[in-house]
Design a protein around this ligand. Structure first.
Ligand code: UGA
Length: 463
C-alpha cells in the first residue's frame, strides 16, 4: 500500500533566498516550521544570517529578526548543509531569460544535481520558481541520474504568487495554494506544511485526520505537476494581457477624446472582468511579467502552438515607453539640453527593484536624447546608482521630489508611488522652468493639476 504521508513534521530547506525564497522561508518559519535557507551568494547568505534583509520589502526586516530570534529560521553555511538538514526542499532559485526569450533553467538544473549529489536520505523536492511546463519532470530525471544509492526523491510543483512589495502579505493571505503532485504521500506532506497557515494553528496541533481532509479546502488547487506549472505561467501572462489590453484602449481614448480611467471603471465593475490590473500607463515591468510572457510564448511555440497573441501583448508593452517620449517631444520639441525630472525608478511602488522597470527604459531613452536628468525615487535610487546608466554625466539625484523640480522643463511620473500624490504641487509649479507634468502612470487628478495651472498630460485621458 502506498504511504499516506512522505514526512511527518518535516524539516524544510529553501534553496535561493531572493524575492521568492526569503519571504517563503520566513513565512513558513513564522507559522511554526523549522526552516533552513541557503544561497549560492555567500555574502548575501551571511547578511541574512546577521539579520540584514538583502532587499526592501515591507515587514521583511522585522520578520527576519523575529524568526532568527525564535530559532525557527537559520541560514546554512553552504547549500549542501541545508540539503542535508531538510526533508522537504523548496527550490526558489532564479530563472532568468535567454536571448531567445526562453527561460534559462541552468540554476534549476544545478539545484537538482546538487540536491541529488548531497542527499543521504529521501527528499521531497518542491519547485517554487516559475518554470515552463515539464520542467519538474526534467528535475526528476536529474535527481534520479545523480542520486546516491538507496536515496529516493519525489518532485512537486508549488508555484509562488507573491507580488513584490506585498510578498509577506501575499504569503499569509493566499488566494490559492497550487500543489502539483505525483503521489498521495507528497500531496499530504504539502497539505501538512500549508495547513497551519489556513487553520491559524501550530503545526503540532494539526491531526492526521485534518491533513487528509485538507484537500477539500477551497484554497488548495491540487493538480498534476505540469498543470501546476501552467497555472503560474498562464496567470502572469493573463495579468500582462490585461495591462496591454487597457493600454491599447488608452490609445483609442486619446484619439477619441475619452477617459481610460472611466472606461476601466465601467469595465471592471463587471465581476467577470474585475477592476484590478486595468491601470493604463507606462506598461508592465519587473522580474516576472515581462520574462514570464516571453517564456510562455517560447514554450508554446516549441510545442507547436501559434503564440502570436502573446507576442503582441509584449510588443504593445514595449511600445509604451516610446509613446511617452513622443508626448514629451510633442510638448518640448527638441529634448537635448532640457532638464527633465523623473519621479520613480522602481518597476512599481513599494519596492526598490528596478529590474525590467519601464522607468529605467524611459531614463535610457532620455539619456540617448542627451537631456539633463533630475532623478528621484523613494527607495530605488541606490539600486539605480549600481547600473551603467548612472555613468551618464548629466544626472542629479534628489531625496526630495520638490527639490528635483527646480528649473526643470518637465516632470515625468514614471512609477505610481502614492507619496507623489501628496506633494505640494503649487510650490512645484512656481519652481519649474515650465510647469509641465507628464503623468505616465495616471497617478494624479487631471482637473486639480489643470486648476493649479499645470500643463498636464496623462495616459488615455487628455491629449
Ligand atoms: C507578479 C504577479 O502579480 C504575482 O502574482 C506573481 O507572483 C509575481 O509576478 C511573480 O511571478 O513572482 P510583481 O512582479 O511583483 O508580481 O508585480 P505586479 O504587481 O504584477 O506588477 C507588474 C507590473 O505591472 C508593474 O510594473 C506595474 O506597474 C504594472 N501594472 C500593474 C500596470 O501597469 N497596470 C496595472 O493595472 C497593474
Amino acid at each position: 500500500m502506498e504511504e499516506k504521508i512522505m514526512f511527518d513534521n518535516p524539516n524544510i530547506g529553501i534553496l535561493g533566498l531572493g524575492h521568492v525564497g526569503l519571504p517563503t522561508a520566513l513565512g513558513l518559519a513564522d507559522i511554526g516550521w523549522n526552516v533552513i535557507g541557503a544561497d549560492d551568494l555567500k555574502s548575501k547568505a551571511q547578511d541574512i544570517a546577521n539579520g540584514d534583509a538583502p532587499f526592501y520589502e515591507p515587514g521583511l526586516s522585522e520578520m527576519l529578526i523575529k524568526n532568527i530570534n525564535s530559532g525557527r529560521f537559520s541560514v546554512a553555511s553552504s547549500v549542501e548543509e541545508a540539503i542535508d538538514a531538510s526533508d522537504v526542499i523548496f527550490v526558489c532559485v532564479g530563472t532568468p531569460q535567454n536571448d531567445d526569450g526562453s527561460a534559462d533553467l541552468s540554476q534549476i538544473e544545478n539545484a537538482g544535481r546538487t540536491i541529488a549529489q548531497n542527499s543521504n536520505t529521501n527528499k521531497l523536492v518542491v519547485e517554487k520558481s516559475t518554470t515552463p511546463v515539464s520542467t519538474s519532470l526534467r528535475i526528476k530525471d536529474t535527481l534520479r541520474r545523480y542520486a546516491k544509492e538507496n536515496v529516493e526523491f519525489e518532485v512537486a510543483v508549488n508555484p509562488e504568487f507573491l507580488r513584490e512589495g506585498t510578498g509577506l502579505y501575499d504569503f499569509f493571505n493566499p488566494d490559492r495554494i497550487v500543489l502539483g503532485v505525483e503521489s498521495e504521500a507528497a500531496k499530504n506532506t504539502l497539505l501538512q506544511i500549508y495547513l497551519p497557515l489556513l487553520a491559524q494553528t501550530n503545526p503540532s496541533d494539526i491531526s492526521d485526520k485534518e491533513i487528509y481532509e485538507a484537500k477539500s479546502n477551497d484554497k488548495f488547487v491540487i493538480t498534476d505537476v505540469n498543470t501546476a506549472e501552467l497555472i503560474k505561467h498562464a496567470s502572469n501572462s493573463f495579468l500582462a494581457t490585461k495591462i496591454s489590453f487597457i493600454n491599447l484602449v488608452a490609445d483609442i481614448c486619446e484619439k477619441s477624446g475619452s477617459d481610460v480611467s472611466k472606461v476601466a471603471k465601467g469595465m471592471g465593475l463587471d465581476p467577470r472582468i474585475g477592476s484590478s490590473f486595468l491601470q493604463a500607463g507606462l506598461g508592465f515591468g519587473g522580474y516576472c511579467l515581462p520574462k514570464d510572457i516571453k517564456a510562455f510564448t517560447k514554450i508554446g511555440e516549441d510545442l507547436g502552438v501559434d503564440m502570436s497573441f502573446f507576442r503582441e501583448v509584449d510588443n504593445v508593452n514595449i511600445r509604451r515607453v516610446d509613446q511617452i517620449i513622443d508626448k514629451l517631444k510633442g510638448k518640448l520639441w527638441v529634448l537635448r539640453d532640457k532638464t527633465i525630472a523623473v519621479w520613480g525608478i522602481a518597476f512599481k511602488p513599494g519596492t526598490d527593484d528596478i529590474r525590467e522597470s519601464p522607468a529605467m527604459a524611459l531614463i535610457e531613452k532620455l539619456i540617448e536624447e542627451e537631456v539633463k536628468l533630475n532623478l528621484h525615487d523613494p527607495k530605488a535610487m541606490e539600486e539605480f546608482k549600481r547600473t551603467s546608466l548612472s555613468e551618464y554625466s548629466n544626472i542629479e539625484y534628489f531625496t526630495d521630489p520638490i527639490d528635483s523640480s527646480n528649473n526643470v522643463d518637465a516632470i515625468i511620473i514614471a512609477t505610481d508611488w502614492p507619496e507623489f500624490k501628496s506633494v505640494d504641487y503649487k510650490n512645484i509649479k512656481d519652481a519649474m522652468q515650465y510647469p509641465f507634468v507628464l503623468d505616465a502612470r495616471n497617478l494624479l487628478n487631471p482637473v486639480e493639476m489643470l486648476d493649479i495651472g499645470f500643463d498636464y498630460i496623462g495616459v488615455g485621458r487628455y491629449s
